[in-house]
Structures are given as C-alpha cells and as structure tokens.
Design a protein around this ligand. Sequence first.
Ligand code: SAM
Ligand code: DTB
Ligand code: SF4
Length: 335
Amino acid sequence: MGTKPMLEAAPSAGATRDVRHDWKRAEVEAIYRAALPELMFRAQTIHRQFHSPDRVQTCQLISIKTGGCPEDCAYCPQSAHYDAGVEREDLLDPEHVISVAREAAGRGVTRFCMGAAWRQAPGGQEFENVLEMVRGVSALGMEVCCTLGMLTDVQAVKLKEAGLNAYNHNLDTSPDFYGSIITTRVYEDRLKTLAAVRRAGITVCCGGILGMGERETDRIGLLHQLASLQPHPESVPINMLVRVEGTPLAAMPPLDPMEMVRAIATARILMPASRVRLAAGRKQLSPEAVTLCFLAGANSIFVGEKLLTTPNPGPDEDEQLLQSLGMKPLESHAI
Ligand code: SAM
Ligand code: DTB
Ligand code: SF4
C-alpha cells in the first residue's frame, strides 16, 4: 500500500499558547455531549496542531510489588479487602526489573512504568530498591514512570534525583463519585501527592477509570478536574474498567465503548498538549473501537501481554493493528 504519507503533519509551533486551564464546567459538558461528528472534528483539528497524527507512544507496565494493598479501591484486584485470586508478591529484585525494561527497550518500547500495590511509598531498603530500579531503567534511555501510592516531598525529590520522568497518580473519577469507590482515602490526598510530584519537577501522569457505574456527569466532572490542574498532566490515562471477579465491581454492566471515545476526544480538546493514553481495557474493545479512540486523539497505549495483573493485547496483535492503520510507535525522548 501507500509509500508516502499524504500529510506530513508536524505539530505547529506556538500551539501551546492555546492551552487553557480555566474551562467552565458547562463548556466541558457541551464538548462531551456534542454531536459525535462535531466532537471528532474538533478533537482531530486540535490533535493535528499539537501532535503527529500517525504516532503512538508505547509504554510497558510492570507490577514491582503485587497485591495485599490496604486501600479498598472497589475496582482493584490488588486490594487486601477483596479476594480476586491475585498472588501476593514482595518487591521485585531491581536487577530483574531492569532486565525486563531492557528487553522492552529492545522491542522499541519507549516508556516503562513500575507499579506497586502500596497505599504510600515505603521508606528504608524498599525505597532504596525502587530508586535503584529508576536509575537502571533511566540509564536504558527510556522514559521512566512510577506509581507507588502517596508520596512525601522528600521521596518525590529522591525519585527525581534518581532520574524519574513521570509519576502516575490517578484521580479516577469525579469528586462526587469518589466516596462510592474508595473509602480509605479522599480526593484531597490525591491532589496533595500530585502537588508534591510537581514541586519535585517530575511530570504528572493522571487520569481515571470509566465504567465503574458512574454517571455521565461524573465522567465530565473527572475531565473538568484534570483540565483544571495547572499545568495539565503531561500524560492522561483513560482506563476502561477491567472487571475482575472477586472485586465489588465485577458485575458492572460493560461500558458503551463510545463513552471511551467521547472521553478521549474531550480530554484531547481540553488538554491539547498532553499525551492521552488509551490505558486499561483494550482487550475488551474491538479494533474498530480502538481505532475510534485513536481518531479521537489517543496517542499512547500500554503494550505487552499484561497490564499490572490483568491481560493486555499481545505484541503481534498490536503490531498488526498499528500497521493496518498506518500508525507508528513514537521514538524515545528520554535520551
Ligand atoms: N497503588 C497505587 C495507586 O493506586 O495509585 C498505584 C497502583 S494502582 C493499581 C494504579 C491505577 O490502576 C489506579 O489508580 C487505577 O486507576 C488503575 N486500575 C486499577 N485497577 C483497575 C481496573 N480493574 N481497571 C482499570 N484500571 C484499574
Ligand atoms: C493507569 O492509569 N493504568 C495502569 C497504570 N496507570 C498503572 C494500570 C491499569 C491496571 C489495570 C488492572 C490490572 O492489571 O491490575
Ligand atoms: Fe491499592 Fe492502588 Fe489498588 Fe487502590 S488502586 S487498592 S491503592 S493498588
């Protein structure tokens, strides 16, 4: 098929001037609820001003400490409050984690995210080991991200010094719906960690989960919150709930994929310079739904057979999808 791209779409210089942080709730609502052709046109137009439309960032996850988490997040198979059959595992050995990252880098993966089932990052030797992982992955020239729960300022600074590029800490849903999903912490706790991450000069990865039984107004509320953060999160993961047996949300009705499409398009319009990640849930979406998510402005995905504890499409499937769409993985910026 085609040898030459029809459009050499480079992001236009000076586009960052148009980034707003003062979105009104009514504006977010109007965007989210616009007629789909209108919403998609607007999202595409903005996407092309800020990003190359044929490029996708590939990120790989690893669960460095699995299960037994004291928090009660109703969606999470790693909470000690539920029995989702997840085998508990202590913090992995740094050498092993770095070797998994090296192998991922060899497959062209450009961002490596280490996740831990902790309420808050620990102190002592465990934290030292996490720092060693960050140093090791950073030395491979990959973007390094961690998600370890709540952080203090001191921990954030140490992670930054070790070479951490990004910290993932999701707001998950609207402030109104938050208490129906998690009772062991409050929204404000999340905002405090996000502020510590910013103060340390680490970029923010912050998004949410759709399909937890929230209403449309909650999805709008989440997007409004994210777009009011100043600066915007550089990376915005939009997860579709992975319904895991044994968690309180296991029997949730499946989300209409068009809600993912609308949320991604709205995120793209509200936070034009950010990477919007089509995160968990790809295994449950059809190739056509994933394609619509890309057209809506998603430009990042998780690759690899596994997310943290649940399955993700394999490399062959992803390679085939991207190739069929004429899209290519992004090269690393971390070197
Ligand atoms: N414990 C840390 C925390 O909660 O920030 C880090 C790990 S936690 C597993 C990271 C994120 O994974 C959560 O904030 C949530 O958004 C997402 N997540 C967890 N379980 C999920 C599920 N079943 N479906 C979709 N996303 C999920
Ligand atoms: C994010 O927003 N999604 C990722 C990553 N950040 C850490 C995690 C998804 C987890 C899905 C459930 C699991 O595999 O355990
Ligand atoms: Fe723990 Fe994070 Fe899972 Fe909540 S989402 S139970 S904090 S691992």
